[in-house]
Design a protein around this ligand. Sequence first.
Ligand SMILES: CC(C)(COP(=O)(O)OP(=O)(O)OC[C@H]1O[C@@H](n2cnc3c(N)ncnc32)[C@H](O)[C@@H]1OP(=O)(O)O)[C@@H](O)C(=O)NCCC(=O)NCCS
Length: 315
Amino acid sequence: MKILTYDEIDSQEAFMLNINALWWPLTPSRVEDLIKYDDRWSSDSLLYAVDKGKIASQVVGLRIPTKTADGEELSLGVAGVATHPSHTRKGLSTFLMKELHERSVNEGVRMSFLLTRSSFVAYPLYVKLGYRDAVDFPRCTKPLVRKKKPKKSILRKFRKKDVRDLDKIFERFSRDLYGHVLRQKNYFDWRLKISDSLKAMINVVETKDGVGGYIVKRQLGADIVVEEMVVPAKKNMDRMFREIECGDKGDYITVLPLGGKKQVNYVRSRGYMTDEHSWGKVMVAPLKKSFAYKEISRLYGFKDGKFSLLELDQF
Ligand SMILES: CC(C)(COP(=O)(O)OP(=O)(O)OC[C@H]1O[C@@H](n2cnc3c(N)ncnc32)[C@H](O)[C@@H]1OP(=O)(O)O)[C@@H](O)C(=O)NCCC(=O)NCCS
């Protein structure tokens, strides 16, 4: 069994594995764009276990800067874990992930994050490798109100020249948060380059003092899903919610308050139904035995609800 990187394997075979196992259309141009524009990616991010010239298993390792109570900390972000069905239960994912962990430790990285669901078959694999649930992905729902939207809208469509304001507002929003909040320079510039659908999903909060935030929202049939909200001032949140909670069709509005406990408490105060526990999990593992989970929890304020990993920062 050989360990190879993306430029050493058959990219079409890799595409087949990703589309079948993860519904992830990982084409060569997408990989090229990610390496070119997303600082978390590099040419050695994709690792493959190759058996007799065929891809048997894959893992993706990203170098992700994070913010902690003590300052900045580089972490490992694991994604794209997939083993070809003809090779499962032979220890290949375990083998590749251990290899990735070891490489990261050699670079001085102390911890690894991943996103999964407790209902996935991979969950016990991660637990065996030392990962523990860090935070849940809350999904909060409320019935849509049959009411005319306020005459003066606080939301408008995204315009190209908004990118700097959105970067600035995110910085303000994330000042008191820990976790995956260290976005690279000119974030929205490159983010829009690699996502065709994002532009139409961004709604800008426009106030008399200028841009007051943004939300990323999409229609799910006639229902509404708010995937990310970055609106620092409460009065703007109130106005925005009053507007988006109205619908002449559809049943529910769903919100993903992933920017710390403050967001969860806010949607709760608006009468959204929330689950204490959900299937979606952020898991974390210390990569060095001497580094305790308790210390990771302190660094990221898991218990205080300070940890943030918004939709656009997911990997
Ligand atoms: C999940 C997946 C990556 C596992 O790959 P793998 O190479 O078979 O994993 P390993 O052989 O290293 O398994 C290690 C341990 O994980 C657990 N595990 C793996 N597959 C499992 C399954 N289908 N059911 C229950 N436990 C499982 C077991 O504890 C296993 O140890 P054991 O075989 O000694 O009991 C593979 O089934 C897959 O590609 N699934 C589809 C894609 C996916 O769900 N990816 C994860 C997204 S977060």
